[in-house]
Each structure stands twice: as C-alpha cells, then as structure tokens.
Design a protein around this ligand. Structure first.
Ligand code: ZN
Length: 130
C-alpha cells in the first residue's frame, strides 16, 4: 500500500515532527503490523528519527549541521544550495520503520522528522507498506 503526506515547510532550514501525520495515514490504511518505508522524494530534504521530547535536541542538530556544512563554501553547484544537498545526503532520504497495532512502533522519546534544508517548499513524503 502506497500513501503520501504533503508537508509545507516555512523556513529555509527546520526539522518538522511528522510522526502524528504518519500515524494518521497509517490508521487509514488496512495494515496493522509490518514494516513501512518512509521516503522523501527530494534532494534538499531528508527524514530522520530523533528525540521529540526536548526541542533543543533538534535545534542542536540543526546548529551542528550548519556549522559542519556552511551556506557558503567551496561549492560549484550553480543553484547555490550545495549546503542543502550535502546536509540532505548526510541524513538520508529514507527510513525503514516498524508498524505495530496500526501505528509506528517508536521508542518513548523518538519521533520521525522531516528535515528541510532549502525551504520554504512543499515536500512530499511517501510511505510504502511491506
Ligand atoms: Zn541544487
């Protein structure tokens, strides 16, 4: 089963917790238990699992990435967003997650985040149940 989530981002760089929306999509599907692939079909966005309890964690993540991969650098890409491509590649475009009882089987402190590195844009997150 294939499902899609459309997310409108609001800043150039931000992490958005998409766990509630993913669980809403899963509730509409008939799959109760299994695995699901979460895939973001963009080259300047990523998906990642991390802590959703303390927002400072994702703030720290973003600052770390900004320090490691600055906006301006020794880049050749004409579009001028090489930092976004590099940050997206570092985090990755897909996750393989467990579905149990019709929702994501995450740890107590875990959430699924869409990472935006070249917004604001409209992003599509695809779910494939297998
Ligand atoms: Zn580009």
């Amino acid at each position: 089963m294939h499902l899609e989530l459309v997310v409108r981002t609001e800043q150039r760089e931000q992490f958005i917790n998409i766990t509630p929306q993913l669980n809403d999509l899963l509730k509409k599907s008939e799959v109760k238990d299994g695995c699901c692939t979460v895939f973001v079909s963009h080259t300047t966005a990523a998906v990642t699992v991390n802590e959703d309890a303390d927002p400072d964690v994702m703030g720290d993540m973003l600052r770390f990435l900004q320090n490691m991969v600055p906006l301006k650098g020794d880049y050749r890409h004409r579009e001028g967003n090489s930092d976004a491509h590099i940050k997206a590649a570092l985090l990755g475009c897909s996750l393989h997650l467990i579905v149990k009882g019709g929702s994501l089987d995450l740890g107590t402190w875990q959430g699924v985040f869409l990472a935006e590195f070249d917004g604001p844009r409209t992003r599509t997150v695809k779910l494939w149940m297998d």
